[in-house]
Write a protein of this length. Structure first.
Lengths: 198, 573
């Protein structure tokens, strides 16, 4: 059994199946984080005691700025890895994809220091509603980062043999991971100002 | 997916029936599991109906389930109520309508060899199965299964027993399953349509599944977010849904506070209102197929039905707060949601009217499938029209949270959707198994079900108008103003148990026909759509069609003047 348009594009839609699939998935992710951002707005509107303002002033803005830059760079290396693959430069592809994985790790390490600093100051999710939503949203975002890293690692090491056997399909796969990765990046670009700066 | 699967290797039992990636087997897995859950959810209700008709009397035969006294305690009643709703909706009707029928017939009707992502399809079923198991585990944890209603409103749900945590984990699995399923359905419909199958040539069933797919895709994630927030509240002590100064058992709760119970209601109903259309659209799709086939004429107003259903899907995202008129969210917001609610009734009426007009002047074949489809029309009509007073804020104040509401949405879902699902089973059973269901047993099943299901739900309108609250353990016995309508409790309960008995001919029919039923031809009902005209009964494993068909015409070309027979297949050049 061969599923049509698994690898090649369908003419009238201009997409292969997985590309449409990942866009639909990302649409649902928009609704997931959209729901949480709405919850943030809703809770902040009802915040008469000012825990949101006092809470966000306790967050570490320089570290978060660093993390924003790290994540944006990882998106750049992600797209470069796909471009290299399209151009047939497999070595460059591996370097760029490896850099993405490395930058993602840097992001997690910085986040680890941020979290532990909060715990040392006795700040936990149950401290206030602001920190509740801070830990929930950044935590959920981190789970998304880790999920992406697992997939990137798979394509970098155990799954990379497909590069030679089914190169078009492999390139498609990298494109799709890239779309996901840009989305995770984009979520952070919303999280950063909303949680740290406002 | 390369050539090696073409070589007709004999698959092992596990690969073929348990961890199958064939959409037909997965559809059947969904169907059987969902039917079992439907029956289980119905059993919970039959037990609750004993308590409602004969409050605080020991239950005969099944009393041992509630300890030595045999009396159902209020906590148990609440558990059964919450789990009945959860099981019927998330484990029964939606998996049957979308998981089973959608999975099985969408690829067949669009001329595809399988779903776009067969492995995701399998993962989707197993997530559903795991979610079902987790939900069942709830019954065995201390304090019993979730008991804060299927809506799980906080603050009650935040401070409820462990069963609520189990419920939330179960929901996360079910949401994952429906997410994977909806991505698969939408991609399949957009990408894998056969050559010539343009949008306006799609059978309406496929359209209904497409719109349903989008509703599941976009409405469920906010509930997942809400579920995560409630888990945080319950496990990590946050206060997303707990206001400051909340008093529980005479003491102020020791939490940071600052949360809002209303937030949950918004996030919950943002899913749960589109969910209503997830329940009804596939049912309409099935009824459209059965009606066109058995009236032997084209569906009246096919295009208006298609446009109405997409408009319905769109509107369903902006009506959710009509469930919340009583929360004090303000008259302005109420006015907005009241208006959108009145608007959304228009496409529903368009669809129903078109279906009624389709009957005009037809020489109708009254087989079991058609009887259930015909039953759907007035039943859904009653369900829809009784919803209008609930959508208007002023009249909702009187009716909110009474049995009237229960009557209303059950008319939509039980004699509405479930009748349509029965129609689907009778209509497509020959295609799925290659055998025909017994017509006499089918007709007995229909008439008994029709009588008793109305015996359950019609009196609810009366009780609701009298003001009996929907969540009372004693069935309203403590309500002085309701005493005159209390005798109806016995009528409803007797109807519920008789409805249970009325399913025996159906179950017997399924098993008997599967074993020794009459053999079905490939186009048993002389239909026009691809699953009947181009695939054998049952369709070929893993590829469905001997040759992938090409499509030349619309889905319902019945009784075309000058044609040599009264149906013209879509694949006929």
């Amino acid at each position: 059994m061969e599923i049509p348009y698994n690898v090649e594009e369908r003419q009238d839609t201009g997409m292969f199946n997985a590309k449409l699939g990942i866009w639909l998935f990302l649409a649902s992710e928009v609704m997931l984080f959209g729901g949480l951002f709405s919850a943030y707005v809703f809770l902040r509107m009802g915040d008469v005691t000012g825990t949101f303002i006092s809470g966000s002033s306790e967050l570490n803005v320089p570290l978060a700025t660093l993390n924003t830059l790290v994540l944006i760079s990882s998106s750049v290396t992600m797209i470069m890895s796909w471009v290299s693959l399209k151009l047939g430069e497999q070595k460059k592809f591996k370097q760029y994809l490896g850099s993405t994985l490395f930058l993602a790790t840097v992001f997690l390490v910085v986040k680890y220091f941020e979290y532990t600093a909060k715990f040392h100051h006795g700040i936990f999710p149950d401290t206030s509603t602001f920190f509740a939503i801070y830990f929930t949203m950044t935590g959920l975002h981190m789970i998304h980062i880790i999920g992406g890293m697992v997939v990137i690692f798979y394509f970098l090491v155990p799954g990379s043999s497909m590069m030679n056997t089914e190169s078009v399909r492999f390139t498609n796969r990298i494109e799709i991971v890239g779309l996901y990765w840009h989305f995770v990046d984009l979520v952070w670009i919303f999280l950063f100002p909303v949680l740290y700066l406002l | 997916m390369s050539g090696h699967t073409e070589t007709h290797q004999e698959e092992s039992f596990w690969r073929k029936y348990i961890f199958s990636i064939d959409h037909k087997i997965i559809g059947l897995q969904y169907g059987l599991t969902a039917l079992v859950f439907l029956f289980f959810g119905f059993c919970l209700m039959m037990m609750m109906r004993w308590q409602l008709a004969y409050p605080e009397q020991p239950m005969p035969w099944f009393g041992w389930l509630f300890g030595e006294s045999g009396i159902m305690l209020p906590e148990m009643y609440n558990s059964l109520g919450a789990m009945h709703g959860t099981i019927m909706i998330f484990l029964g009707v939606v998996p049957l309508a979308v998981g089973a029928f959608g999975n099985y017939f969408v690829p067949l009707q669009i001329g595809a060899p399988d779903m776009a992502f067969p492995k995701l399809n399998m993962a989707s079923y197993w997530c559903y199965f795991a979610g079902g198991i987790v939900m069942m585990v709830g019954f065995f944890v201390p304090g019993g299964a979730a008991n804060s209603g299927w809506t799980s409103y906080p603050p009650l749900a935040d401070i409820a027993t462990t069963g609520q945590t189990v419920w939330l984990f179960g929901m996360v699995l079910l949401i994952t399953s429906s997410l994977l399923g909806s991505i698969n359905t939408i991609t399949t419909i957009i990408q894998l349509r056969a050559k010539g199958l343009t949008w306006m040539r799609l059978p309406f069933f496929v359209w209904a599944q497409l719109v349903t797919g989008f509703l599941l895709l976009l409405a469920f994630p906010p509930l997942e977010a809400a579920g995560v927030l409630q888990l945080m509240d319950r496990l990590l002590g946050t206060s997303f849904f707990l206001p400051s100064g909340l008093v529980v058992s005479g003491e102020i709760l020791n939490v940071s506070g600052g949360g809002s119970p209303l937030l949950w209601q918004h996030m919950f109903w943002f899913l749960a209102h589109p969910e209503v259309y997830v329940l009804i659209l596939p049912a309409m799709g099935i009824v459209a197929e059965v009606l066109a086939n058995n009236t032997r004429k084209p569906l009246w107003g096919y295009k208006s039905i298609v446009y109405a259903s997409t408009f319905l899907g769109f509107m369903s995202f902006i009506v959710w707060a009509h469930h919340m008129f009583m929360t004090g969210m303000g008259a302005t917001i109420s006015a907005f949601f009241q208006t959108t609610t009145m608007i959304i009734s228009v496409p529903s009426v368009v669809i129903l009217t078109a279906m009624f007009i389709s009957l005009w002047g037809a020489s109708i074949r009254y087989n079991s499938a058609m009887l259930f489809a015909l039953g759907f029309l007035p039943m859904f009509g009653i369900g829809g029209l009784t919803g209008l007073p609930l959508g208007i804020a002023a009249s909702d104040i009187h009716l909110h949270d009474t049995y009237y509401v229960i009557g209303h949405f059950h008319y939509v879902v039980a004699p509405g959707t479930i009748f349509a699902l029965f129609a689907g089973i009778y209509y497509w059973f020959p295609k799925m198994t290659g055998k025909v269901l017994n017509e006499t047993l089918g007709k007995i099943h229909f008439w008994l079900s029709m009588i008793f299901i109305n015996g359950i739900f019609m009196p609810m309108f009366v009780q609701g108008l009298a003001g009996i609250s929907r969540r009372l353990w004693d069935g309203g016995a403590s309500y002085a103003h309701a005493t005159e309508t209390l005798w109806l409790n016995e009528v409803m309960s007797a109807s519920a148990w008789l409805l249970g008995l009325a399913q025996i001919p159906f179950i017997y029919n399924l098993i008997k026909s599967m074993k020794s039923g009459e053999k079905a031809e490939s186009n048993h009902w002389q239909a026009t759509t691809l699953e009947w005209t181009d695939a054998p009964s049952p369709p070929l494993p893993h590829r469905n069609f001997e040759i992938i068909p090409e499509v030349y015409r619309g889905p319902y070309e019945y009784s075309v003047p000058s044609a040599d027979k009264d149906f013209t297949p879509q694949s006929e050049a």
